[in-house]
Design a binder for this molecule. Structure first.
Ligand SMILES: Cc1cc2nc3c(=O)[nH]c(=O)nc-3n(C[C@H](O)[C@H](O)[C@H](O)COP(=O)(O)O)c2cc1C
Length: 375
């Protein structure tokens, strides 16, 4: 793919504009999407993780959203190689990551994560910890395989998110992203398929947002007013790609409003293909609708620069290069504010620099072997 001078000027103009997320000014519109990499033994991000992120910041990524990192609750995860966002050694490792990204000219937020019922008891890092979720229903729909969370459990998890957010600000991160997407704990509350509670945390869509809204409010209460709190959410679930939280803009608005009221500063609307309209009768994608309905900055994502969606990455498949014209058209109309790039940035740490400089002939298709190393 060669690029004409006017195409290059347009790309640079659209993607190089700074953008404000609450008190943070991100130097451009390109974010790195959060991607679990499992290169942090004992939950500690080390030297290789630092240079992995710093390399991308140095090559034009304005905002790094880190891989999902577990909050300090023993049931939060299921791997000893996923970084944790609690514990002295773990946070010292993260502080270095943030410092290196800043030195490279980027900004960085950790993605705070609790996997809920995706966990199976017996798995690391805390083998005895039960799987917990809104109703104890397994990801395959089996009832009774985990613990339906008590009020004390809810309070513990809310506290763990708040503590992690406070730590993020203390050790030099620029904000936090709360992982409310893809069928993990917060999303298990959002979705009627996994939330059968009959108390104040279950029932209609607004009641199902209550847990996440309380987390947002608790986070907001412990960080500075200007510290950005981003919420990532999705319609699709890992266990059900066709699941939807909202079938109409009105339903979406009802879900988002309490989250905005609780203090979300920006939404990261996770879709698998950014060019697909979310609802009938409009070309807007999920991030576009989220911005229109909330007035807040939004981040889009999904197969940017590639032609096939990311689930294929997990079956070892690659993806061909795709044009970003449609993305630029949408950004020119301010449909959304930022774009997160996943696999294309895994494949090539210099993806952003190459796109911004028109060196697109140097881009290579996504090859799933990129997952094997942290380069
Ligand atoms: C290897 C891999 C790990 C991922 N891990 C996470 C994660 O920890 N948190 C998350 O919200 N999304 C995760 N995702 C989804 C990405 O953030 C992104 O939404 C998805 O890859 C689509 O973007 P892409 O088409 O540009 O790759 C992961 C994706 C990949 C390929």
């Amino acid at each position: 793919m060669t690029v004409t001078t006017s195409e290059l000027a347009r790309t640079a103009e659209i993607l190089s504009r700074p953008v404000a997320l609450n008190g943070l000014t991100v130097p451009n519109r390109i974010a790195m999407a959060p991607m679990t990499r499992m290169f942090s033994p004992n939950g500690v991000p080390g030297e290789d993780v630092r240079s992995y992120y710093a390399r991308r910041a140095a090559a034009g990524v304005g905002l790094i959203v880190t891989e999902g990192t577990y909050v300090g609750h023993e049931s939060a995860g299921n791997s000893d190689r996923v970084p944790r966002f609690h514990g002295e050694e773990q946070l010292a490792g993260w502080a270095q990551v943030a410092a290196d990204v800043h030195a490279a000219g980027g900004t960085i937020v950790p993605q705070l994560w609790h996997i809920g019922m995706v966990r199976n008891q017996g798995e690391p890092p805390f083998a005895d910890a039960p799987a917990v979720g809104p109703s104890g229903i397994g990801v395959d729909g089996t009832e009774g395989v985990g613990k339906a969370m008590t009020q004390a459990d809810l309070d513990d998890v809310i506290g763990a998110f708040a503590e992690a957010a406070a730590a993020a600000e203390r050790i030099g991160f620029d904000g936090v992203e709360l992982h409310g997407a893809h069928g993990y704990l917060l999303d298990q509350f959002f979705w009627a398929g996994s939330n059968r509670r009959e108390d104040a945390y279950g029932g209609d869509p607004v009641a199902r947002t209550r847990f996440a809204a309380e987390i947002v409010a608790a986070v907001r209460a412990v960080v500075s007013p200007e510290f950005p709190v981003i919420l990532r959410y999705s319609q699709w679930k890992q266990q059900d790609y066709r699941a939807r939280l909202a079938d109409t803009p009105q339903e979406l608005e009802a879900i988002l409003a309490p989250l905005v009221a609780a203090g979300v500063d920006a939404f990261h609307a996770s879709t698998r293909r950014y060019w697909l309209p979310e609802f009938d009768g409009s070309d807007l994608n999920l991030a576009g609708w989220t911005k229109k309905l909330t007035g807040l900055p939004t981040i889009t994502v999904g197969s940017v620069g590639l032609d096939g969606d990311f689930l294929r990455a997990f079956t070892g498949e690659g993806a061909e290069l795709g044009s970003i014209d449609n993305l630029l058209d949408r950004m020119e109309r301010d449909e959304f504010d930022m774009v997160a790039v996943g696999r294309a940035l895994l494949q090539d740490p210099e993806w952003a620099a190459k796109v911004l400089a028109g060196r697109t002939d140097e881009l290579k298709p996504y090859d799933a072997t990129a997952l094997k190393t942290l380069s």
